[in-house]
Structure formats: structure tokens, C-alpha cells
Ligand binder design. Structure first.
Ligand SMILES: *Cc1c(COP(=O)(O)O)cnc(C)c1O
Length: 430
């Protein structure tokens, strides 16, 4: 397998791009080697510039849930393109996507579209503050909520991959209202409410995916919601990753808890830059032009991106691949566990719906960021490259979830299971 052309582009890219990437999660910092450059993708496969073909479990970090270049999405976008790309005025597509999204979330009467998950969350936080008149926000260690200043502490994802506690350039003032709690640890949330009376909200990934997959235990979400409401604060669900991924709608319904504010991104744009935040009418009425919370965007609700989102969600609703996702994930889990056992490698596998990943750790369970950080990232690096060599593209980090697409075939799965066994064998030799 040759990576010559990727290497060449990487060297070229270093001149005018930072690290030759436009998002640090795409760098191969923690697995070594140079990032792959992609030429094209179709269905469940992605092809790099050297012509190597992989089964894709990155899927643009989640959005490509139907697989790549799905014909319905192509058609929807091509049709929209012919009418112009951006107007700075409203279009019918915005109403259509808004209805699809609001219908899927019981707690969402109204939604506002933005251009990224980061924007969705920073607006959702502003809204919680506007509605409650309070300033402080509780976030959980290991949860990632985009790269806004206030939440870029103990933030999982790329920061965890690069072993960074937070970001330089974030002034102290920007995080002085951010309180950190531990995932699955109710007492750590209680302690903040005991100490502070100006907490506007708790923000959480209802299924965490940015420290690897971590699942809430023992009604954790219901309990933190009760705590929030008892103290006049809101529950903000960051479903940028999980929205339309665990079911049509969000993880909230599966877990039987309705958030006050929900933030979305990734899948709702189907590969185009779309984010959104939504809530009940009484909360959304605080957003301008109805209310005094200002939030705007020149390209927000972009007609091409809306068309991509509409086609993706409509197709997804029709396909209803969620049962299939569970079955595929269980096959992958079994392959990981069996192969690790066979080769004497210690792992924990966490999965929820179409998100799954192995943790290379001697721990028995991974329930929070501290647990996740016990992982041997060197083992993951060996595993990652062996998977690449056997034609499977994974996120280049121990702390990212693998994503499933509805385009995966039986053949892809057989290939993946075989690759897992080879990769585990390689890990057992280090
Ligand atoms: C990806 C992600 C974000 C940030 O979205 P961007 O589109 O990258 O800005 C926020 N929250 C969660 C849970 C995410 O997974």
C-alpha cells in the first residue's frame, strides 16, 4: 500500500495551511505518519489520492450517515444549485427542514439554523443565559461542544488526542463562568449547585462521543435534569453528534429525557455546513427578532445546505436504518471482543446505536473521561495503521467514535471483521 501522493500533498499543504489540515482532528498527531488526502468517496467507501480504497467509519465525523454521494442528496442539491446559492432572504427550504427537525424532537417547537455545531452550541448557551438571567454553565469533563472559548476546557475530542488540557488564547474571563463536572457522577453536579446560585444550565452530550463512546448510567440524564430544574437552570442537550444518529430524532427520546434546549449539527446538513438550536416556544421567543437575545448569520439557512439536509433526513426517515445499525454494531463489538480475547489484548468496547469504539485499557468499564484517559494510545496507533493497511478508515484517535453508515454492505462488514483480527494480532505483538 503506497501513500506517496498523500505524502506529497501533505508536504505541499504545510506551506499555506496549518499542519496541512483545516481541523486538528484530521492530523495524524497521535497515531503517527501523515494524514491521508482523499480523492473521492461513494457509498460506504472512501478513496485516497493514491487510489487506496477503505470502508469508511469516519464519515466526516458523523454527517454522512447515508454513506457518500447518496443519489437523493445529489439530486436535491443539484436542483437547489440551479436557483442560486444564497440570497440573504428567506426560502421555503428553511421551513421544510425546520419542520422535519421540530417534528422529530418533542421538546422543540422552533429551531434556528446556523452554520456549524460550534455555532449551535454557543447560541444554545447564550439562550440559556438569556432565558434564566444567570451566567454559569456546568459542562462535563471529556465532552466536546465545539471550539467556543467558554467551553474549551476539559473538552475531549482533538484536545484529548493532542493531550491538551485546554486551549491557549482563551482568556480567564471567558471560562470563569464554566463549571466542570464528571460524567456519570451526580454528586459532582450537586456540588456546583450547592456552591453557586447563578447557574443557567447544564450542557451535556446525552451519549458522549468525544472521549470515545460513553453512555450515561442509572438515569443520569433524568437526575441532572431534576437538579437543574430544582435550581432554576436548564438542561441543554448537545446532540450535534447524536441527533438523527441514534434514532430519527435524538438520543433524548431513547433515554427518556427531554432537554430544554437542543443543539444539532452534523447529520442535519448531510455533509453541508448546518447547525441548529431549538426549544419550546417560551424559550425560543427570547431569540431575536422575537426577543432580546441576538444571534445572526449571513449564510445561515443556506439554500444548498438546507437542500442537503432535507434530502438526508427524508431519506433517513424512509430507510429507518436504526435497527440495522444496532445489528452491525453488535457484529463489530463481537469481532473486537473475540479477537482481543484470542490475542490477549485488554479492551473495553462501548457502543450506542451507530456509534462504537474499543478502548485499549485494563479497566473493566469506561464511564467517564478519567476512565478513558487510562487507555494506551500507542496500542491504538498500531491498531489504527493495521486497519488502514487492511482497508478500513477509522478516526485517527483513541478518543473518537467510529460511525456507521446505512450504505455498509455485508462484504464491508466481513472485510472489517478480518481487519480487526489482523489489527488485534499486531497490537498483541507490541
Ligand atoms: C462535532 C461536535 C460539535 C462541533 O460541531 P462543529 O460543526 O465541528 O463546529 C459540538 N458538539 C458535539 C457533541 C460534537 O460532536
Amino acid at each position: 500500500m503506497s501513500f506517496k501522493k498523500s505524502q506529497k500533498l501533505y508536504n505541499k499543504g504545510l506551506v499555506n495551511l496549518v499542519g496541512a489540515v483545516n481541523s486538528p482532528v484530521r492530523a495524524f498527531a497521535s497515531v503517527g505518519g501523515n494524514p491521508l488526502f482523499i480523492k473521492k468517496a461513494s457509498g460506504s467507501k472512501i478513496i485516497d489520492v493514491d487510489g487506496n480504497k477503505y470502508v469508511d467509519f469516519v464519515l466526516s465525523y458523523g454527517p454522512m450517515i447515508l454513506g457518500h454521494t447518496h443519489k437523493n442528496v445529489q439530486k436535491g442539491v443539484e436542483k437547489a444549485l440551479k436557483n442560486g446559492y444564497s440570497f440573504g432572504a428567506s426560502t421555503e427550504n428553511e421551513i421544510k427542514l425546520a419542520k422535519l427537525v421540530c417534528d422529530a424532537f418533542p421538546g422543540m417547537d422552533k429551531v434556528r439554523f446556523v452554520n456549524s455545531g460550534t455555532e449551535a452550541v454557543l447560541s444554545g448557551i447564550r439562550l440559556a443565559r438569556a432565558y434564566t438571567g444567570k451566567d454559569k454553565i456546568i459542562k462535563f469533563s471529556g465532552c466536546y461542544h465545539g471550539h467556543q472559548d467558554a467551553l474549551l476546557v476539559a473538552a475531549g475530542s482533538g484536545l484529548a488526542t493532542l493531550s491538551l488540557p485546554g486551549s491557549k488564547g482563551v482568556p480567564e474571563g471567558a471560562v470563569k463562568n464554566t463549571l466542570i463536572a464528571n460524567y456519570n457522577d451526580l454528586d459532582s453536579v450537586k456540588a456546583h449547585f450547592d456552591k453557586h446560585d447563578d447557574i443557567a444550565g447544564i450542557i451535556i452530550e446525552p451519549i458522549a462521543g468525544n472521549m470515545g463512546v460513553v453512555i450515561p448510567q442509572d438515569d443520569f440524564l433524568t437526575k441532572i435534569k431534576e437538579l437543574a430544574h430544582k435550581n432554576g437552570a436548564l438542561l441543554i442537550a448537545d446532540e450535534v453528534m447524536t441527533g438523527f444518529r441514534s434514532k430519527f430524532g435524538g438520543a433524548q427520546e431513547l433515554l427518556n429525557v427531554e432537554a430544554d434546549i437542543t443543539c444539532l449539527g452534523k447529520v442535519i446538513g448531510g455533509g453541508f455546513p448546518v447547525g441548529a438550536y431549538g426549544a419550546r416556544n417560551e424559550i425560543m421567543e427570547h431569540v431575536a427578532p422575537l426577543g432580546g437575545m441576538y444571534q445572526a448569520g449571513t449564510l445561515s439557512g443556506n439554500p444548498i445546505a438546507m437542500a442537503g439536509g432535507i434530502a438526508t433526513l427524508k431519506t433517513l426517515k424512509k430507510q429507518d436504518p436504526y435497527k440495522k445499525f444496532n445489528e452491525i454494531a453488535s457484529v463489530i463489538e463481537e469481532a473486537l471482543v473475540d479477537s482481543a480475547g484470542k490475542h490477549g489484548v485488554e479492551i473495553v468496547v462501548n457502543r450506542f446505536g451507530s456509534m462504537i469504539n474499543p478502548f485499549f485499557t485494563s479497566k473493566k468499564q469506561i464511564n467517564n473521561f478519567e476512565d478513558a484517559q487510562t487507555c494506551d494510545t500507542n496500542k491504538f496507533a498500531v491498531f489504527f495503521w493495521e486497519m488502514i493497511k487492511n482497508g478500513v478508515f477509522l478516526p485517527p484517535s483513541q478518543f473518537e467514535a467510529w460511525f456507521l453508515s446505512s450504505a455498509l454492505t455485508k462484504k464491508d462488514l466481513i472485510k472489517t471483521v478480518k481487519a480487526i483480527d489482523k489489527a488485534m494480532e499486531a497490537v498483541s505483538k507490541i
